[in-house]
Design a protein around this ligand. Structure first.
Ligand SMILES: Nc1ncnc2c1ncn2[C@@H]1O[C@H](COP(=O)(O)OP(=O)(O)OP(=O)(O)O)[C@@H](O)[C@H]1O
Ligand SMILES: [Mg+2]
Length: 353
């Protein structure tokens, strides 16, 4: 036998909720309680932090609000958290909303009119803003003016209402879906990067400190390794591993305890779950490593294309386990190794899938 596949050969490919990068409803209170409030407590993203600190300093010296900012990047990397840190640093209030909550013109008008000078308006999922809301936002962002029309057809009147100067911070996981005119109105556009293992270790140790969880350096690193470069996942895992350590052992998280607990949760050394493994194995075993179109993959494993593109792929791409080509997705030699295939040739003939 020339091929050895790993043990997780489930064809269900269901996403493990523990490593879903999006926030779940039950996470929200927990997340708010551990959100860093200062640049010092905000770990990683050092290049971004440095540029932001300079922009903040300059805005303060000029006595002006900060330029409008757009943050983009996969879920759970700290976009919302960063907006809060900036507000703290500027010493101004922040109003938080999201595009789906601004469906009617009066929603966005209401929130713009409620802003006080210098305040920050944070709009999450900003790519989902509708056309009408966007058009109200353009003059507000550019000239701090609200253009309002009243009346109908021949009695229509336009009113120009001045707004106090404010800073808009937009966040999105899908920068590509933002309309060009909206994107152009942001003075500063930044992409958030996945975190290194060392950075995630620090996130884990910080969270453990807040939650009174006993963990050693190697235990933190073991969890960091399987956290998919994402602080939200790291925080969720440290809590789960701590439960395990408390019930099965004396409560302290060591490397062995972290690994044992994460194995039980079926999160592998790369942080992959069954959906990721099913996707990669499909490409290897049915399509000889690729390239294969994303629609074909989605249909074969019973997931929708958006979930694969938004949730699975960003991490697999950055981990080097998946590549995007003009003809579709393909895997790398590293993928074969990671999934336990001993011999890259002849896999299709064996048709293990
Ligand atoms: N740089 C960081 N240092 C420490 N903790 C962080 C950092 N970034 C994020 N976190 C933690 O990770 C969690 C998720 O962060 P946040 O909600 O800011 O992500 P997001 O990018 O806004 O996600 P989404 O796209 O789903 O809105 C928060 O609880 C926060 O405490
Ligand atoms: Mg957010």
């Amino acid at each position: 036998m020339s091929i050895i596949a790993d043990d997780n050969n489930s064809k269900e490919g269901k996403r493990n909720p523990i490593i879903k990068a999006e926030a779940a409803e039950f996470d929200k209170n927990f997340e708010n309680s551990i959100r860093p409030k200062t640049f010092d407590a905000y770990i990683g993203q050092s290049a971004l932090k440095e540029t932001l600190k300079i922009s903040i300093e300059a805005a303060k010296k000029r006595g002006q609000p900060l330029d409008h900012l757009l943050f983009y990047g996969p879920p759970g990397l700290g976009k919302t958290t960063l907006a809060g840190v900036i507000a703290g640093q500027m010493d101004v209030d922040i109003k938080i909303t999201s595009a789906p909550a601004l469906e009617r013109p009066r929603d966005i008008i209401g929130i713009l009119m409620s802003l006080k000078g210098g305040e920050i308006l944070f709009i999450d999922e900003i790519h989902r803003l509708n056309k009408v809301a966007e058009e109200i936002l353009y003059p507000a962002m550019e000239d701090f003016i609200l253009d309002m029309t009243t009346g109908k057809s021949h009695t229509v009147k336009t009113m120009r209402i001045p707004l106090p100067k404010f800073t808009l911070i937009g966040a999105t996981t899908k920068a590509g879906e933002l309309s060009g005119p909206l994107r152009d109105r942001f003075g500063i556009v930044h992409r958030l990067e996945f975190y290194t293992e060392d950075e995630l270790s620090k996130v884990i140790e910080r969270t453990a400190g807040i939650l009174n969880i006993d963990i050693d350096t190697k235990g933190a690193l073991a969890i960091a390794r399987r956290s998919r470069g994402t602080p939200r996942i790291a925080n969720r895992l440290v809590k789960r591993v701590s439960d395990f350590a408390l019930v099965k052992y004396d409560g302290k998280i060591t490397e062995n305890i972290a690994n044992e607990s994460l194995d039980i949760l079926k999160i592998d050394e790369f942080g992959l779950d069954n959906t990721d493994r099913t996707l990669l194995k499909l490409i290897i075993e049915k399509y000889d490593g690729g390239p294969v179109g994303i629609e074909t993959i989605a249909a074969a494993i019973g997931e929708d294309v958006r979930t694969l593109e938004d949730v699975c792929e960003p991490f697999l791409l950055q981990a080097g386990l998946l590549q995007r080509t003009p003809r579709g997705r393909k895997v790398s030699p590293e993928t074969y190794r990671h999934l336990g295939y001993k011999n890259i040739q002849n896999i299709q003939q064996q048709n293990l899938f």
